[in-house]
Design a protein around this ligand. Structure first.
Ligand code: DGL
Length: 273
């Protein structure tokens, strides 16, 4: 029993971190689909097929709710999954354009996300719904999620850290000037759950004044609200929650990432599908 959470890899740990803070007594089953990643530069059919398979597996484990801790999978599959599982509360992750537009003073907002998220009709509809609230500078960040995955695997080696810095530098440079002056980007949306793990690198590149906006905490709050009416104990009782980690790829990578970013030192089981 508990909440199922999945991502293409280690990125969803940034959401799990927030979920754990919001629901300290909740049980979570996390799957990193590293054996079939990255999602962001693959076709939609692949992401939909994987999202369905992971959801089916989590339902077999008895989860009461599902958090899609991946912007790319949310964009590709959340509507379909909700239609297929009408009884299951499903919470997704979307680039936080609206909060970012509200925060921005210059009216120029950068959006970093995967190519697949930015190209999706769901993202397009979100953008259209905001009209002229801000000018959004969209940057498909090819290679960045993969570099973050490799870094988790190689336990933060200097070489993988350099890859992350190079990818962040390339993508921020492509977006233009950052800062608080007219015409500069003063707010940057992290529209992929991997990117919060590169926040320090981004901060060095764009300066101290630019606001970084990610979605982990908002998703965790929304999950708590959705579960409030629907879930009886154990989520509500006082026992400490349990976290179970699974990966369709290298178990060592998820284990290292969970230790580093979640300060959670549990076993990781490998899934073969
Ligand atoms: N973490 C995923 C997201 O939020 C995507 C990473 C990938 O490309 O696999 O979009």
């Amino acid at each position: 029993m508990g909440v199922g959470v999945f991502d293409s890899g280690v990125g969803g740990l940034s959401v799990l971190q927030a979920l754990r803070a919001e629901l300290p007594h909740g049980n979570f089953i996390y799957i990193a689909d590293s054996g079939h990643a990255p999602y962001g530069e693959r076709d939609q059919a692949h992401v939909v097929a994987r999202s369905r398979a992971l959801t089916a597996h989590l339902l077999d484990q008895g989860v009461q709710a599902l958090v899609i801790a991946c912007n790319t999978a949310t964009a590709a599959a959340i509507d379909l999954l909700r239609a297929e599982h009408p009884q299951l509360p499903i919470i997704g992750v979307e680039p936080a354009l609206k909060p970012a537009a509200a925060l921005s003073k210059t009216g120029r907002v950068g959006v970093m996300a995967t190519r697949s998220t930015l190209g999706s009709s769901r993202f397009r509809a979100l953008l259209d719904s905001l009209g002229m609230q801000a000018e959004f500078v969209l940057q498909p960040c090819d290679g960045l999620a993969e570099a973050i995955e490799r870094d988790a695997h190689n336990l933060a080696s200097p070489q993988t850290a350099t890859e992350i810095i190079a990818a962040c530098a390339r993508h921020t440079r492509a977006m233009g000037r950052f800062g608080l002056k007219d015409g500069e980007i003063d707010t940057l949306v992290l529209g992929c759950t991997h990117y919060p793990f590169a926040a320090a690198v981004l901060r060095d590149l764009i300066g101290p004044d630019v606001q970084l906006v990610d979605t982990g905490e908002a998703v965790a709050r929304q999950t708590r609200l959705r579960l409030a009416g629907a879930v009886p104990p154990p989520l509500a009782d006082s026992a400490p929650g349990r976290i179970s980690l699974f990966s369709t790829g290298p178990a060592a990578r998820l284990q290292a990432a969970a230790r580093r970013w979640l300060e959670f030192d549990g076993p990781v089981k490998t899934l073969h599908f």
